[in-house]
Design a protein around this ligand. Structure first.
Ligand code: ADP
Length: 555
């Protein structure tokens, strides 16, 4: 900056001095010309008026004045320089002679090859009896050369002095101007480093001092807000790094913007991954795909992944500020508990089934052998209860099987055929309540036939059991290009909307006594839900108390 100031000063001074020199030269030259012209006109008039044939111009009149006489033919007939007259060439066409002949005399300046310098010429026509002559005066013109020789050394001295002053002034002013700038620079660096020091307003200029004190105020505010945001950042970092979930934030180019300690631990990475592409988590292809989907469609994605023998529930969400957040929650314990519960459920059901079957067998034997009416009555109660218990246990075993997630043999199943089978087997139950059971539509799905049978049977059984005498149950199958929909619709007692979200839970019943009385186990819809999850089918319910229920499965 200082260097630049010096250079600028010097250039300005050199340029101004050069301009001054050139201007002075031009002005001096013009002035000289004007003076010489006045002088030459006066002199020529004097010499012309005093001209006579006897005028002797063969001798030097003055160092600088040259007088010549030229006759009408252009021949030089007298010259004060004493040069041999024969050596002159004809002057007839000289500009000043032509002008004088035309009675419009004018001064003409040109270089004289005879005298080797710039000369001004002026001629007047003088009548000489029958003829005429031209009296011509020539004066040297003090042009630029004289100025250069006289004024230039002085100018150069002035230039040197000015340059010296410019350098001195440049250094002085540079220091004065840059002093507050340097202080501001140091102060701003202090803000960035957290070591802000106020700038001292010691400048000689009051405006600069006001500016410095304004900068001080801004600096203090900036320092405070930087400290506040630093504190906030530290708090946020602490929270983010101490939550139990792994958090990774991506920008629109799928580059990692932020990753917390837990996520680093999960993926066995170090903090240097910030700024890198999602592919650094390449071990998890599912994450890359989900992030891609999320960034493209701006839709949240949920999925489970296993990393290093731990199970994580992943959620990738798109935010309004063009970021995507991946949250990994460790659900290993939950999944283990579910597995243990499911295993216990399956084992207990299995263990109960055998003794119950034998109780039922022995009870049948007692009823057969005994002639006592009361024993026969108790035996029939036992039979009813054991049958119910066996139904519950069978449902529990079915549910366990579905929960175990064992892949079954999927074939193209004609849903209409399965629905007809279910309707035929349940028609006696429907007839008991005078219920009209109908099947309509066609469609097929890729599934295990057992599962489809179980699904339709549970829905139709409910439609019959929770129906009124003389009601109707309709199984309908609709196949479209998007998939196949199976619906079971009844005009029975209906379900209040507050129970809609809960009826698919195990053993949840809206009306416990009615469910038991009609032989319900509380597991039917739970089985339906598990089958739907197994085939990734959508389960929809439409039901209104006192109007009826329609449960649809969209494959
Ligand atoms: P349950 O064996 O008791 O029928 P489900 O799981 O099949 O068990 O059904 C859960 C509860 O949902 C039932 O107890 C009943 O209250 C209600 N429910 C199921 N289907 C219907 C229906 N079609 N109409 C009215 N209520 C129903």
């Amino acid at each position: 900056m200082k260097k630049r100031l010096l250079i600028t000063y010097s250039v300005i001074i050199i340029f101004s001095l050069l301009l001054t020199i050139i201007l002075s030269m031009v002005i001096t030259r013009n002035e000289n010309f004007a003076q010489t012209e006045t002088k030459i006109i006066e002199l020529t008039k004097i010499y012309a008026n005093n001209y006579s044939v006897s005028s002797n111009f063969t001798e030097k009149i003055d160092e600088n004045i040259r007088v010549s006489v030229i006759d009408a033919t252009g021949k030089v007939i007298a010259d004060s320089e004493g040069i041999d007259l024969e050596s002159f060439e004809n002057h007839k066409n000289r500009e000043e002679i032509v002008a004088a002949e035309n009675e419009v005399p004018k001064s003409v300046t040109r270089y004289s090859s005879t005298l080797k310098k710039d000369m001004m010429y002026y001629a007047l026509k003088v009548n000489n009896g029958d003829s005429f002559v031209f009296v011509r005066v020539a004066l040297p013109v003090e042009g630029i050369n004289s100025f250069v020789s006289e004024a230039l050394p002085a100018m150069l001295i002035i230039l040197g002095v000015m340059l010296f002053c410019a350098v001195f002034l440049g250094i002085f002013l540079g220091n004065k101007i840059l002093e507050p700038v340097a202080m501001v620079k140091a102060s701003l660096q202090g803000i960035a480093n957290g070591t802000f020091v106020r700038v001292l307003p010691t400048s000689w200029d009051s405006e600069i001092n006001t500016m410095l004190s304004d900068i001080n105020d801004i600096g203090v505010k900036l320092q405070h807000s930087l400290e506040a945001s630093q504190n906030e950042k530290e708090k946020l970092d602490y929270i983010i790094n101490n939550v139990s979930d792994g958090i990774v934030v991506f920008n629109n180019f799928a580059e990692i913007v932020l990753i917390n300690q837990n996520a680093l631990n999960i993926f066995c990475l170090n903090p240097k991954v910030v700024g890198k592409n999602v592919s650094v988590l390449c071990a998890e292809k599912k994450i890359v795909e989900a992030l891609d989907m999320c960034l493209t469609n701006k839709e949240s994605q949920f999925f489970e992944i296993d990393i290093n023998q731990l199970t994580y529930l992943c959620n990738v969400r798109h935010t309004d500020n063009e970021l995507a957040i991946l949250v990994l929650s460790d659900i290993t314990a939950t999944r283990n508990n579910e597995k243990m519960r499911s295993e216990f459920f399956a084992n207990a059901s299995h263990e109960l089934k055998t003794p119950l079957t034998s109780i039922k067998g022995f009870n049948d034997l007692v009823a057969l052998k005994s002639k006592d009416a009361s024993i026969k009555k108790y035996s029939s109660h036992i039979d009813k209860e054991t049958a119910r218990m066996l139904t519950v246990i069978n449902d529990m075993l079915n549910l366990s099987k579905l929960e175990s997630g064992v892949e079954t043999n999927r074939l193209e199943i004609d849903l209409r055929a399965v629905a007809d089978d279910v309707a035929n087997s349940l028609r006696p139950l429907a007839n008991e309540k005078d219920i009209l059971l109908t099947v309509c539509g066609e469609g097929s799905v890729f599934a295990d036939r057992e599962h489809m049978y179980e699904l339709i049977k549970n829905l139709v059984e409910n439609g019959i059991r929770y129906n009124n005498k003389g009601g109707a149950v309709e199984i309908s199958i609709v196949a479209t290009s998007k998939g196949t929909t199976l619906s079971v619709k009844d005009n029975g007692i209906g379900i209040d909307v507050e129970h809609h979200s809960r009826i698919f839970e195990r053993f949840y019943r809206v009306d416990k006594s009615r469910s038991r009385n009609t032989g319900g186990t509380g597991l039917g819809l739970s089985i339906v839900k598990h089958i739907c999850e197994h085939y990734k089918a959508q389960l929809l319910i439409k039901s209104k108390l006192g109007v009826g229920t329609e449960i649809s499965v969209v494959f």
